[in-house]
Design a protein around this ligand. Structure first.
Ligand SMILES: Nc1ncnc2c1ncn2[C@@H]1O[C@H](COP(=O)(O)OP(=O)(O)OP(=O)(O)O)[C@@H](O)[C@H]1O
Ligand SMILES: [Mg+2]
Length: 235
């Protein structure tokens, strides 16, 4: 579904990604794990069209999407749940959800239908639909960020550190939700510092260090890998 070939990214003279190669098959759940500053967000933002790589190619179902703008990427079925949630705090919950649907180019009628579906999935959001999104707790804001992404009907979701700052209970709920979406056929690219949880649910994993993929494999094998255990799972 998605192929990254030799992707390098620079912020002026700081190199954030170095010759990254990556493949995501349709229906797969792929995890990218790595420490602080490894380049995870840079990678996600490059796929999402926020950054333009200096070298390399990004292919979506064999179509070259390198250099496309983020709104074009969204319309091609790639959803982005950004690090830090990035909801619009001064808009209501309903407005946050609608914005995403309109950005995807959907009509008012379609937006209303999708809104009803999202409210079935997230009854808490329905109860508070007229409240400002900034009044939600961290866990609820994360659910809103996921709901907002789903409003655009993505086929592939890029999910950047969704568990960050959540209580263990909320992290559990979050992973159950991602599993449900995956079972429904949505392809997932999950980027996490929470190495244990993300490799437990993923099909395939990549380890990113200083902008380079240093290890890849079936997620369960990576969980048992001695180097991964030593570096990320407390030995
Ligand atoms: N806007 C920017 N300008 C300059 N350097 C940046 C910028 N954003 C990120 N970097 C640098 O690029 C490298 C990769 O950062 P990135 O945010 O992609 O890492 P990350 O793996 O997502 O980290 P974290 O786990 O903390 O979210 C780091 O060295 C970071 O300092
Ligand atoms: Mg990050």
């Amino acid at each position: 579904m998605l192929v990254l070939r030799n992707i390098s990214l620079f912020y002026h003279d700081v190199q954030a990604l170095d010759a990254v190669n990556l493949i995501i098959k349709e229906g797969q759940w792929v995890a990218i794990v790595g420490a602080n500053g490894a380049g995870k967000t840079s990678l996600v933002r490059t796929i999402a069209g926020i950054h333009t790589p200096k070298t390399g190619q990004i292919l979506l179902n064999d179509q070259d999407i390198t250099g496309k703008e983020s709104h074009e990427i969204c319309k091609l079925g790639i959803g982005h749940i950004a690090e830090g949630r990035q909801i619009f705090p001064t808009l209501t919950i309903q407005e946050n959800l609608e914005v995403s649907s309109f950005a995807a180019g959907f009509s008012k009628i379609k937006t209303k239908q999708n809104l009803e579906e999202i409210y079935v999935e997230f009854p808490h959001l329905k109860e508070r639909q007229k409240q400002l999104a900034g009044s939600l707790s961290g866990g609820e804001q994360q659910m809103l960020a996921i709901g907002r992404c789903l409003m655009a009907e993505p086929k592939l979701i890029l999910c950047d550190e969704p568990s960050l700052g959540l209580s263990p209970l909320k992290v559990g709920e979050l992973f159950q939700l991602l599993r449900k979406l995956h079972k429904r056929g949505i392809t997932i690219l999950l980027v996490e510092q929470n190495v244990e949880a993300s490799l437990r649910y993923a099909d395939y994993g990549y380890v990113l260090e200083r902008g380079q993929i240093v290890l890849e494999g079936v997620a369960k094998d990576l969980l048992g890998n001695e180097a991964v255990k030593a570096a990320y799972l407390g030995g």
